[in-house]
Ligand binder design. Structure first.
Ligand code: TA6
Length: 267
């Protein structure tokens, strides 16, 4: 069974797995869960959870020469270093991951990853990468957030109008025209994104704010791809959309020896 940390305070309820430092449940008091979790997700060590906020690190996607999609952090066991009740409404949890014999085979650098999760009226994640190596290294990454929605047909995403994006379905560079709505598979990596992205559906309007990032991924597998996805029911595409705070492609980050970079998400 999956080891996880459960947080309940006056404002919210959350669950965070040590496997991947994966926030797989966040629900404000009196509201529906904000994050989507597949009913048939794997919930076991070493497997990525389908839903919530997977951490894609130290690479996003499957760069040349890499076999593991979205890196190894999401299937690694992190250390729970602290839980701190800031006040009756806010709780902070810290988890860490350091290089190991296994990780050095996949990513030949010494590092420390620290995830600070603040659970309260807002959900805040800060992913800090520290380079403990003698030489600089390059990362791409994403907080691959699965948002629960009333129905994908109700969804409208704004804040990306006129932004350039790489369409991962055609590998073509495009520019966003108007708001994003869904009637087919969407898999896009937007660049030059330094403003909040707004997710609207029937029940709510949500600001997705990212810091230490200028790229944002928007994804929904739609019918055909969803039917082939692991740990997802065939019609699950109706229930979620991913808006991912990223450092992807040209937004990659070079981290010098003994330096750090922090990717932050505020919901
Ligand atoms: O972030 C979008 C994406 O890269 C899609 O291409 C899709 O593959 C998705 O991630 C899920 O990837 P996963 O490895 O979790 O099945």
């Amino acid at each position: 069974m999956l080891e996880f940390i459960e947080i309940k305070n006056n404002k919210a309820h959350a669950k965070i797995a040590l496997n991947g430092a994966h926030v797989f449940h966040y629900q404000r008091v009196g509201q529906k869960p904000l994050l989507y979790l597949s009913e048939i997700s794997d919930l076991e060590e070493g497997k990525s959870i389908r839903g919530g906020i997977p951490i894609c690190w130290p690479w996003f996607g499957k760069p040349e020469g890499k076999t593991l999609q979205h890196g190894f952090a999401r299937t690694s066991k992190w250390t729970h270093t602290s839980t701190n009740k800031i006040d009756a409404n806010t709780t902070e949890v810290v988890l860490k991951l350091k290089h190991s014999k296994e990780s050095l085979k996949l990513f030949p650098y010494k590092f420390e990853l620290a995830l600070h999760v603040e659970v309260g009226e807002n959900l805040k994640l800060e992913l800090k990468t520290t380079n403990l190596d003698a030489k600089a290294f390059e990362i791409t990454q994403a907080l691959h957030t699965y948002f629960a929605v009333s129905h994908i047909g109700d969804v409208e995403i704004s804040g990306l109008e006129n932004k350039p994006y790489l369409d991962a379905l055609t590998f073509k560079d495009e520019v966003q025209n108007g708001v994003i709505t869904f009637n087919s598979e969407v898999d896009r990596v937007y660049q030059n994104v330094t403003n909040a992205v707004i997710l609207k559906d029937k029940n709510r309007s949500l600001h997705v704010e990212s810091f230490g990032s200028s790229s944002c991924v928007v994804w929904n597998p739609w019918i055909e791809k969803c039917s082939r996805m692991s740990a997802m029911k065939a019609d699950a595409y109706k229930e979620f959309v991913c808006i991912e705070s990223a450092n992807a492609f040209e937004d990659k980050r070079i981290i010098l020896a003994n330096k750090s970079h922090t990717l932050k998400l505020v919901l």
